[in-house]
Ligand binder design. Structure first.
Ligand code: IPM
Ligand code: MG
Length: 354
């Protein structure tokens, strides 16, 4: 039997609620499949853990994580810790330390879900976010703190190697989709160095993918295209910050942030990849049992695909879609179901398929 080791890091807020739901569904899938098993280990790293221990990840933490096949991550962010501290304490050290440079964010309106757009059914996108450098390179500083002459810098860093590999990844992914279309998003009219280099390298890489059609949009203009002409987009490749913003818009246009999944991939598989719902810790609803677990289920399906279990992944997606079609919705989608209700419904749908 194939066995996969999964490091579960529920983290903060609703992270533990949705990861628990996700693991329940994953265990049921493995049991019904019979062909693969999961060995799950929990890591308690969170903002509460940080307040107690002074760090999110212990000194040997990354070395321990490295042995796993995948990381199943909930959320990080808490009222008690500044956001930039929690982000740089937990999520970024893993994503950057494990060179998970390709962040994949699919967006689609699931059956039964209502998009705010009239033609929301046309949304079928994958946003590829550069996940290792750019605006998140951590390159900056502050001087003259507190004085009237205080200065703060935040310099985006783009390397040829970093840009080329994300473009190559995006072209390969676009090649595997029916429409084979890739849109390059930058801001190379106003930013004439790193962004112009992004554009140039894109067209260099494009020569190796004559079967993928391309076009190009500025990041401000692509927001209007997402809203007004959703059918014209397929795969989008953009920088760390641009794609961060675009993927929230994509999630809202798909009906809710509560359904949007993401994969932080190290495509070379030198390190484990990390799978997480996009939504974050949502402390306004933490502990109420109403967090939407669909984003985490979809995330689990992406993880199964990555692990090499495409059949189980497809079964899970089908179960998710049958539950959204039946409108078993948590409050973010306008319903009154709880996390447990949606989880039970997905488990029942999987049971019917078995
Ligand atoms: C995301 C999130 C994070 C990011 C936050 C929590 C720092 O918005 O994964 O999209 O900006 O990377
Ligand atoms: Mg974001």
């Amino acid at each position: 039997m194939r066995e996969y080791s999964i490091a579960a890091i529920p983290g903060d807020g609703i992270g533990s609620e949705v990861i628990a739901a996700g693991l329940e569904v994953l265990r049921a899938l493995a049991a019904a499949d019979g062909g693969f098993g999961l060995r799950i280990e929990h890591f308690p790293w969170s903002s509460a853990y940080y307040q107690e221990h002074g760090h999110y990840i212990p000194p040997d933490g990354l070395a321990r994580l490295k042995a796993f096949d995948a990381i199943f991550f909930g959320a990080v962010g808490a009222r008690e810790v500044p956001d930039h501290v929690s982000l740089w304490g937990l999520r970024l050290p893993i994503a950057q330390g494990f060179d998970q440079y390709a962040n994949v964010r699919p967006a689609r309106v699931l059956p039964g879900v209502k998009s705010p757009l009239a033609d929301g059914k046309d949304i079928d996108w994958v946003i590829i976010r550069e996940n290792s450098e750019g605006e998140y390179a951590g390159n900056g500083g502050r001087a003259h703190r507190g004085l009237p002459i205080e200065v703060g810098t935040e310099t985006a860093v783009f390397t040829r190697a970093g840009v080329e590999r994300i473009h190559r990844f995006a072209f390969n992914l676009a090649r595997g989709r029916p429409r084979r279309h890739l849109t390059l998003v930058t801001k190379s009219n106003a930013q004439r160095f790193g962004m112009v280099m992004w554009d140039e390298i894109f067209y260099e890489v494009a020569r190796d993918f004559p079967d993928v059609s391309t076009d190009r949009e500025l990041v401000d203009a692509v927001t209007t295209r997402m809203v007004l002409k959703p059918a014209t987009l397929d795969v989008v490749v953009a920088t760390n910050l641009h794609a961060d913003i675009l993927s929230d818009l994509a999630a809202a246009l798909s009906g809710s942030l509560g359904i949007a999944p993401t994969a932080n991939l190290n495509p070379e598989r030198s390190f484990p990849s990390m799978f997480e719902p996009i939504h974050g810790s949502a402390f306004d609803i933490t502990g109420k049992g109403i967090a939407n677990p669909i984003a985490t289920f979809w995330t689990a399906a992406m993880m199964l695909e990555h692990l090499g279990e495409p059949a189980a992944s497809a079964r899970l997606m089908k179960a998710i879609e049958s539950v959204t079609a039946a409108r078993v919705f948590t409050p973010d989608l306008g319903g009154s179901a709880t996390t447990a209700d949606v989880t039970r419904a997905v488990l029942a749908a999987l049971g019917r398929m078995a």
